[in-house]
Design a protein around this ligand. Structure first.
Ligand code: HMG
Ligand code: MG
Length: 299
């Protein structure tokens, strides 16, 4: 691997908690974010300003975002699906938002109640407004390899959506294997096709780990030149509108692999992250989704 430095983007407080049946109390959500930052995480997706009817687990999102004590130099992101969510982001003085589109029409409809082009049209004006307000914008493309409703997705479709998101001002586009079904050959091909139209430096990867291929997929992405990887503490995560999706790649497992490869990830303390994953999984009464976390806590 020819990569010296990787930006680890922690999505556990958002992707992780949006899909758990147990409601995590506000103070505990706030503490999770603060503890992750104290453990050395420099990029954290705090929550999402979506409809509480659609994602009741994050109905306290504005309070969570406002309550987190922000540390200088850390990027605190909030997911925004529409103008209403963007207004909330401004009210709480968010400096970075994330907008999320999909490569599959059916998934887009199920997740946002919009077609892909309708969602991109709405994001265009939100992004213009965000840039005027000096905010940074991250973009997501979901269902980049397979869709729970449509099956296989063509990489060209992913490239189309990624190009649109970058054109509207996203600094980076994270490619989401929403249902965690991708295998390394598919990821290699996806990145080859997408990077013909988008600089590889503008791409991040976001693997769910349903089938155990997430770390292998990360390795392939690093070999292709990707240097930003999303993960979730304790392997929490899933999408309520993607049936069968398991948690994200666990941050602990990603950190273990990257540090072992001598890649600079900015001083993340593996043991501290593992403790947070262990405690949150215990609280949620679910098995620890991190192999590395399991290993640390079984000894
Ligand atoms: P809709 O029903 O078409 O919109 O949903 P609506 O405007 O009719 O709103 C419905 C209700 O929600 C209304 O309430 C609105 O006021 C309220 P009512 O008037 O009926 O009482 N509402 C809001 N409240 C607070 N904040 C808001 C907001 N917007 C509407 N921002 C909508 C459209 C976009 C709102 C809905 O589809 C939605 O919230 N979708 C988000 C679903 C979601 O969060 N999915 C998971 C995140 S994406 C993901 O996990 C994938 C990712 O990880 C990458 C990967 O893995 O691939 C990023
Ligand atoms: Mg996800």
């Amino acid at each position: 691997v020819n990569i010296e430095k990787v930006r680890v983007v922690e999505v556990g407080p958002r992707d992780g908690l949006q899909n758990e049946s147990k409601f995590v109390p506000t103070e505990r959500k706030v503490k999770l974010v603060e503890d992750l930052v104290d453990a050395g995480i420099g990029n954290v997706e705090v929550t999402s300003f979506v409809s509480p009817q659609w994602v009741p687990q994050l109905s306290d999102s504005a309070e969570v975002f406002s309550s987190v004590k922000k540390k200088p130099g850390v990027n605190y992101t909030v997911l925004v699906p529409n103008a209403r969510g963007f207004e909330t982001a401004k009210e709480v003085s968010a400096r970075q938002i994330a907008v999320f589109a999909a490569a599959s029409e059916t998934f887009s409809k199920k997740n946002l109640n919009l077609s892909v082009s309708e969602s991109l049209e709405k994001y265009k004006s939100i992004c213009a407004d965000a840039l005027e307000n000096g905010m940074k914008i991250r973009g997501y493309v979901s269902t980049v390899v397979r869709c729970p409703y449509e099956g296989e997705i063509k990489p060209e479709r992913v490239a189309d959506v990624a190009v649109s998101l970058l054109e509207m001002g996203c600094f980076e586009v994270s490619l989401g294997d929403t249902i965690g079904a991708a295998t390394p050959g598919e990821v290699e091909n996806l990145l080859k096709v997408v990077s013909e139209r988008v600089p590889i430096s503008k791409l991040a990867v976001h693997f769910h780990d349903t089938c155990g291929t997430a770390l292998a997929n990360v390795l392939v992405a690093l070999q292709a030149g990707v240097h930003a990887v999303d993960s979730s503490v304790g392997g929490l995560g899933g999408c309520p509108y993607a049936p069968g999706a398991a948690g994200n790649l666990a941050t602990e497992d990603l950190v273990y692999m990257l540090q072992g490869m001598g890649i600079d990830i900015g001083g993340i303390d593996l043991n501290r992250v593992a403790k947070l994953g262990h405690e949150m999984c215990k609280f949620l009464e679910r098995p620890n989704g991190s192999k590395c976390g399991q290993a640390i806590y079984s000894s």
